[in-house]
Design a protein around this ligand. Structure first.
Ligand code: 13P
Length: 289
């Protein structure tokens, strides 16, 4: 039996407690194991994010569900863990629900608002029936992720209310945030938009995408204004890549007999653990499991 949980209870608790649960995107087995072990060590709830591209790369959604469920059991993970589709399409969300994910994001932000509403409403009803959590998005998140490019426009608070009223668990509202590296001339988060959205949607946990390059000060302010989930992807990619590159440049494996992929990936695994730990401390989710 799966120990995966919906993200609803952990996010409602975070909203009340004024901290945020981290969503860390996973790309392979080492990544997944690093995030889960760190969450357990930090006694923190956690959300594993899977983009459609990463799901395909890892061998399909059912493979991901099998891998994560296996780790929860065999690594004795007892903190709350949600397995969440990140920036899902309508079909992708349905496929993940069928495969056993405990949470999905339907990113209908590129549709006209009426179509976003219709599709979100249908998916909310399916998720409610199955006890799964669902995230919706209004106003695109800037930058490029898995081939999906957004300009980073700020969400319209009225549209946010329309989508929130459909009964979604959490809402990603664009407030000038960008995936990946922020440009030097970035204007910063629009707290004005965040406050306007919050005043319309009330007790709805808000989601901040693009959690890699946002300053500590802005993260804390966003949490104080109702952000209860923060997504991190690029930070772990950088950490993994830098550690692996250093290992190769040091040429240690070449001096040894044979080649052991487990040794090659070990520094990246440790680097992700460090990155996740720092984010959990910043978001305030440590010891909140
Ligand atoms: P970063 O890549 O900037 O950490 O953003 C991740 C994200 O928002 C995933 O949805």
């Amino acid at each position: 039996m799966s120990k995966l949980v919906s993200a609803k209870a952990m996010l409602d608790k975070a909203l009340n407690g004024q901290y945020a649960v981290g969503q860390f995107n996973i790309n392979n087995l080492e990544w997944t194991k690093a995030v889960l072990l760190t969450a357990q060590e930090m006694n923190s709830p956690v959300i594993l994010g899977v983009s459609e591209g990463a799901g395909k790369y890892m061998g399909g959604y059912k493979t991901v569900v099998g891998m994560v469920n296996g780790m929860l059991e065999e690594l004795n993970i007892t903190v709350p863990v949600a397995l969440h589709l990140d920036h899902g399409s309508y079909d992708g969300a349905k496929a993940c629900i069928a495969a056993g994910f405990s949470s999905v994001m339907f990113d209908g932000s590129h549709y006209p608002i009426d179509e976003n509403v219709t599709k979100t409403r249908e998916l909310v009803s399916i998720c409610n029936d199955k006890g799964l959590s669902i995230e919706a998005e209004v106003g695109s998140i800037g930058g490029e992720e898995d081939g999906v490019v957004g300009k980073g426009e700020c969400a319209d608070p009225e549209e946010c209310k329309l989508i929130a009223d459909l009964g979604v668990t959490m809402l990603a509202a664009g407030i000038g945030n960008i995936h990946g590296k922020y440009p030097d001339d970035w204007a910063g988060l629009s707290f004005e938009t965040l406050e306007a959205v919050k005043s319309k949607v009330g007790e709805m946990p808000l989601v901040l995408h693009g959690g890699t390059g946002i300053s500590e000060e802005m993260i804390k302010k966003a949490i104080s204004l109702g952000v209860a989930k923060i997504n991190v992807n690029t930070e772990c990619q950088w950490a993994f890549q830098q550690a692996t590159r250093k290992y190769i440049e040091d040429g240690k494996d070449l001096k040894e007999k044979g080649f052991d992929p487990r040794k090659l990936l070990a520094p990246g695994f440790e680097a992700i653990k460090t990155a996740v730990k720092e984010k959990m401390q910043l978001f305030g989710s440590a010891d909140k499991a």
